[in-house]
Ligand binder design. Structure first.
Ligand SMILES: Nc1ncnc2c1ncn2[C@@H]1O[C@H](COP(=O)(O)OP(=O)(O)OP(=O)(O)O)[C@@H](O)[C@H]1O
Ligand SMILES: Nc1nc2c(ncn2[C@@H]2O[C@H](COP(=O)(O)O)[C@@H](O)[C@H]2O)c(=O)[nH]1
Length: 211
């Protein structure tokens, strides 16, 4: 088996705590989307730590860094002018305005990873997910839902990272986003974190295009 076709062994944890050996085929694109605060980032970090063959693309944003966020690790924090220039040069695979800031996925790193047979996980908002789905119809797209709207609000507030203005913009947008959940391949409720991870893993490892 050559490096492109090499299937990597992966241990898939199950809800019972038992493990099963699974193979994730390379060169796949998986998109996690859903409202702000639903837990996409938390799920993505867990998936990346458990499945080293998955790759993450660091997004660019015009949002100022939150305390503790690191440029080049959490995001590339850039000015609106620079972001606009990158749009004009066609450097983004997708980009969108969300709650007053611009966010985008750089084209080259994602395409290079996929060309070299690596799998890529993107964690992006609704408009960007739609753009990616139009470009790569074969992708696996997963919409993460909160157990209730009240719980979503509790999570956004609980992380204490956003201003009141940002929280209300995000909650307003969340209602519209949740109404679009059925556009995506799968809808997974992030109530119990381990159950949600398990459900995503099942989709990743048993979807026909992922085997
Ligand atoms: N299953 C869960 N149960 C309870 N709390 C959770 C769960 N999943 C995530 N959280 C918490 O919810 C908060 C928001 O999670 P996170 O930042 O991952 O959301 P997000 O969808 O990535 O948000 P954003 O889109 O704004 O970046 C965090 O404090 C996180 O610890
Ligand atoms: N369309 C894109 N959306 C992105 C990208 N990177 C992150 N995001 C999404 O933006 C919101 C807000 O993020 P936050 O870090 O300010 O809380 C959230 O839904 C992210 O998933 C991207 O490259 N493109």
């Amino acid at each position: 088996m050559d490096s492109q076709g090499k299937r990597m062994m992966q241990v898939l944890s199950t809800k019972s705590g038992a493990t099963t050996t699974k193979l994730l085929s390379p060169g796949k694109l998986i998109v996690l989307t859903g409202p702000s605060g639903v837990g996409k980032g938390t799920l993505m970090r867990l998936l990346l730590s458990r499945h080293p063959e998955l790759n993450y693309s660091i997004s660019a944003t015009t949002r100022p860094p939150r305390p503790g966020e690191v440029d080049g690790k959490d995001y590339y924090f850039i000015s609106r002018d620079k972001f606009q220039r990158l749009i004009e040069k066609g450097e983004f695979l997708e980009w969108a305005e969300f709650a007053g800031n611009l966010y985008g996925t750089s084209r080259k790193p994602v395409i290079d990873l996929m060309k070299s047979g690596k799998s890529v996980l993107l964690e992006i908002e609704l408009e960007g997910a739609r753009q990616i789905r139009a470009t790569f119809p074969e992708l696996l797209s997963i919409f993460i839902l909160p157990p209730t709207f009240n719980e979503l609000e509790k999570r956004i507030r609980g992380r204490k990272k956003d201003s009141e203005d940002a929280i209300s913009r995000r909650l307003k947008r969340a209602k519209e986003e949740i109404d679009s959940a059925s556009e995506f391949d799968l809808q997974i409720v992030n109530d119990d974190l381990e159950t949600a991870i398990h459900d995503i893993e099942v989709a990743m490892f048993s979807g026909k295009e992922l085997f």
